[in-house]
Design a protein around this ligand. Structure first.
Ligand code: GTQ
Length: 345
């Protein structure tokens, strides 16, 4: 490949003059911004074991009252991006959030989209756009862009969940902001129940819901039942996987990030092809080995890891006698909408 001219090759007075006029020569940086064949990725394969996060999160519960935190979160930051950037990948943010019994995380809305994957504890709920969404382990609850949301807890034990947001992307776009609000009035008659069975949707005198986000809570019992049915009905099916979708349109549940759940059969090894989006893996049930570039992680229940884009990932269920279940978040909807999505096999 042709060596391009360096900045140092240019006379200092010329460089100074460019700088003064807010001008930059492209050629010394051209290969940096358009590297050959594969993008430069700051996202490093990183593993965040739950057993290391939980005690520190509980400690945060003692150190920082909810009023001083609003959201009591330890961010799972990718060292490849620099911890202060608080990003797991280019577009994904991950946080582990703690709510103690009786606490309330006040109502706000913001431009980034969020989801929560419930990790541990009973009795908490999120109210989104007037809908009270109970939290049970493995449930996925959406708080899409612009919708009011607040968290409350009527139970006895700490509740912990994983937040996944597209905050890094929205912040990079200079489009990230929030608005604080009043406690929401819960509206009855909303909720995911009418959507709980595939193939039928609620209808008002032949009119379908016009809501952009008709379903906000995806119960793990339903997602798991779908995966178990797929696995038992199709013994030859290699990738037993579901996508969390908008049940009115069939599109991804949110606009920027994609959410999926996967069943790994007892002892199964599954190679996921090298695709352009970065991915996050979180074990809902079981024990899974993940091979990502040069890193290999043993993920136990509630562990989370991330993988850069353009790399194959191999997952192995370390349970020989039981399926393992993995929640996956990725940047696919974003890549597809922007036309940069690739599957390199
Ligand atoms: O629960 O609303 O991890 O606004 C980061 C920002 C959680 C939330 C996060 C948020 C929230």
């Amino acid at each position: 490949m042709q060596e391009l001219g360096r900045l140092e090759d240019l006379p200092q007075d010329y460089r100074d003059e460019l700088k003064e006029l807010n001008l930059v020569p492209l050629w010394p940086s051209l290969r940096g911004v358009l590297p050959p064949k594969v993008p430069t990725r700051q996202t490093k394969a990183t593993h965040w074991p739950y057993k290391t996060i939980k005690p520190l999160l509980l400690k945060a519960g003692e150190l920082t009252p909810i009023e001083k935190a609003e959201r009591r979160v330890l961010v799972l930051a990718n060292p490849g991006h620099g911890l202060e950037k608080m990003q797991a990948s280019a577009a994904m943010y991950l946080g582990m959030q703690l709510l103690m019994p009786g606490e309330w995380a006040p109502s706000h809305r913001h431009t980034p989209n969020a989801v929560r994957m419930i990790v541990e504890g009973e009795g908490a709920y999120t109210t989104v756009d007037g809908e009270k969404c109970p939290m049970h382990r493995g449930d996925l609850i959406l708080t899409p862009t612009g919708l009011w949301h607040e968290h409350g807890h009527d139970g006895k034990d700490p509740v912990i969940w994983l937040d996944v947001l597209d905050l890094p992307l929205v912040y990079y776009m200079e489009a990230s902001y929030h608005i604080n609000g009043e406690r929401q009035t819960v509206v009855s008659g909303l909720g995911d129940k009418p959507y709980a069975r595939g193939g039928v949707v609620p209808t008002q005198v032949f009119e379908r819901s016009k809501k952009a986000y008709p379903m906000l809570r995806y119960a793990w019992t339903d997602a798991k039942a779908a995966l178990l049915a797929m696995a038992s009905d199709n013994p030859a099916l290699e990738a037993v996987q579901i996508t969390y979708v908008n049940p009115e349109t069939g599109a991804d549940a949110e606009n920027i990030l994609g959410f999926y759940a996967m069943l790994l059969r007892p002892g199964q090894t599954l190679r996921l092809p090298a695709r352009s989006p970065a991915q996050v893996f979180h074990v809902i049930e079981g024990t899974v080995h993940a091979q990502i570039v040069d890193s290999s992680f043993t993920l136990v229940e509630a562990d989370t890891c991330c993988a850069p884009g353009y790399e194959a990932v191999t997952l192995k269920n370390l349970q020989a006698d039981k399926p393992s279940f993995v929640f996956i978040a990725d940047e696919s909807p974003l890549h597809r909408k922007l036309g940069v999505y690739e599957n390199r096999g």
